[in-house]
Design a protein around this ligand. Structure first.
Ligand code: ZN
Length: 553
């Protein structure tokens, strides 16, 4: 009995070790989920999803934005796209039902590649399966849809150029070309067909409709005056006439124009030449006074800058840097930088700090979230209104030690208005009436549901307000390097309240943020948040972040 029990114990131990290993492996696999974007080059559409290893997981509801239809069941999802229906497995990621996009695209005869340079950005292109040119008729067959653009070059010796943007020649592509036609992979995402005709055809107008199978008739008898027939029978070939070296594109200009400028911020509008711009760019800070925008590589030269573009800007430089094209701004000092990509390039906003890094005399309004009849989330000692007040008081002490003038919306367990919406407006009003330099609201989080929430601290700003975003980034930078819990980033409030953002942030007239200090149901956070050490840790990051926001050298 004893022996059996002992053996059972060893077996149990082994089982537990195996289980622990398996769990560690799973945790590793799940930890690799990163936010990512996908560009459907052939449609010009960009959507968000998740990168998991080499795969791109896309939420089912976003698949419909491509004109595909999706129905999910207990065994997976059925996707209908481009005339095919395919059953695929699904997986839950951050509460969304997702499918493996790269696998699906491959099944649809499309191609996808991750853009090099660490952008977590995927490109999907259509694969050209066959091109045939004979008797004045061009016929193209592609896996995903394509949208040819037809143009005419020259008149006496006319050349018709058909560009298939967002397309690549598939391995084993079939060609059936007469002597008039030449096909090349002109750019990485552009297949070009050139027809050397002996007559000027009437061309289809502009870009054609998206389709998988495209037939264009260039027959002179139908589209142009009849030319004397040439006694030159069409030559058929199955060997691809692919140009081994696509022509080198002359470098286009990258231009920078002045946007709005006021005391708080300077906007610059950067337009990036078309073949290079993929809608993807990230900000880097190689030194205190340098901000760089890194993009997937392309060739361009910087156009001459307007004189006195901005007094906050010392110089601008464009350079190539191992697979990246980098636009480097040398600034008059450390500033916030906010990037807004658009269809033709991006807007970059530099937020100038208002001060010399000292908090002396700065008016800072601190709001302990909730209170009185509005307890917030949590219960018992973890009730949000109690935690937020204790944290606000710790922050107040730390700021006052730096000489700041701190005004608290409440210093006891109370509410201000009978109705929650009015109560929130009142809090922002305290900051507005006092002409505060900064408004900060402190909260504790619980996303609800049964799952254990993540551990960490985040700062939320009102989307579209660049100074507020910079303030949130300054504080999170210190949360990341020395905060008591992990950094969950600076986050746009529209992520939580889609239409309006957060009332306290929207209604305050100065830079404002709302900090969610921790999650009341996360076991790590629960251990930390009742301690003074935790609150002082948050306060220290707030002080350092604010000093940076106010221009510390
Ligand atoms: Zn709250």
């Amino acid at each position: 009995m004893l022996k059996t029990l002992y053996n059972g114990g060893v077996r149990m131990k082994r089982l537990l070790i195996a289980l622990a290993l398996w769990m560690a492996l799973c945790a590793g696999a799940f930890a690799q989920v990163r936010n990512a974007t996908v560009t459907y080059t052939y449609l010009g559409v960009q959507l968000r999803g998740y990168r998991v290893g080499e795969e791109f997981m896309i939420p089912l509801d976003r698949v419909t934005e491509l004109g595909w239809s999706a129905t999910s069941s207990t065994v997976g999802a059925k996707i209908s796209a481009e005339g095919k229906t395919i059953q695929v497995p699904t997986r839950q990621i951050e509460g969304s039902t997702c499918i493996a996009l790269r696998d699906f695209v491959q099944k649809m005869d499309g191609m996808s590649t991750w853009i090099p340079g660490g952008f977590d950005a995927l490109e999907v292109v259509s694969a050209i399966k066959s091109v045939s040119v004979k008797s004045g008729e061009l016929s193209i067959y592609a896996g995903l849809k394509i949208k040819p653009t037809v143009s005419l070059l020259g008149t006496s010796d006319p050349k018709v150029v058909i560009d298939l943007e967002g397309a690549r020649l598939a391995p084993g592509v079939q060609f059936e070309l007469d002597s008039t036609a030449k096909v090349s992979q002109y750019r990485p995402n552009n297949v070009r067909i050139v027809l050397n005709l002996s007559y000027a055809p009437t061309l289809p107008q502009g870009p054609l409709a998206n389709a998988q199978n495209i037939v264009i008739d260039f027959n002179p008898s139908q589209v142009a005056p009849v030319e004397p027939a040439k006694n030159d029978p069409p030559k058929t070939t199955t060997t691809p006439k692919i140009d081994p070296t696509p022509p080198i594109q002359p470098a286009d200009d990258l231009t920078i124009q002045r946007g709005n400028e006021d005391e708080m911020a300077t906007e610059l509008l950067v337009s990036v030449p078309k073949p290079g711009w993929k809608g993807i760019a990230t900000i880097r800070r190689p030194s205190r006074d340098t901000v760089e925008v890194a993009m997937p590589t392309f060739s361009a030269k910087l156009a001459e800058l307007e004189k006195d573009l901005s007094k906050h800007l010392k110089s601008v430089q464009l350079r190539q840097d191992t697979g990246l094209t980098v636009l480097s701004f040398k600034l008059a000092g450390r500033m916030g930088a906010v990037l807004d990509p658009s269809a033709n390039g991006f807007k970059i906003t530099f937020v100038h700090p208002a001060g010399n890094g000292s908090l002396k005399g700065k008016v800072i309004v601190i709001d302990a979230g909730h209170g009185g009849k509005f307890p917030g989330t949590g219960n018992g000692v973890y009730t949000e209104k109690l935690l937020s007040l204790a944290t606000a008081q710790a922050v107040k002490r730390a700021l006052e030690a730096e000489g700041a003038q701190v005004i608290m919306t409440r210093d006891k367990d109370t509410h201000f208005r009978e109705n929650l919406a009015d109560d929130l407006v009142y809090r922002a009003d305290v900051a507005n009436r006092n002409n505060a330099d900064v408004f900060m609201s402190f909260h504790y989080d619980d996303p609800g549901g049964n799952k254990t929430p993540p551990s960490g601290t985040k700062s939320i700003y009102h989307g579209g307000r660049d100074a507020d975003k910079y303030l949130a980034e300054c504080i999170q930078e210190y949360i990341k390097s020395e905060g008591p819990l992990p950094n969950l980033g600076a986050i746009d409030d529209h992520k939580f309240a889609h239409e309006s953002g957060f009332s306290v942030l929207r209604n305050s007239k100065m830079p404002a943020i709302l900090m969610e200090c921790a999650f009341v149901r996360n076991p790590t956070d629960r251990k930390a948040i009742l301690t003074e050490k935790f609150r002082d840790g948050i306060a220290k990051c707030v002080v350092k972040g604010l000093k940076q926001f106010f221009g510390q050298k």
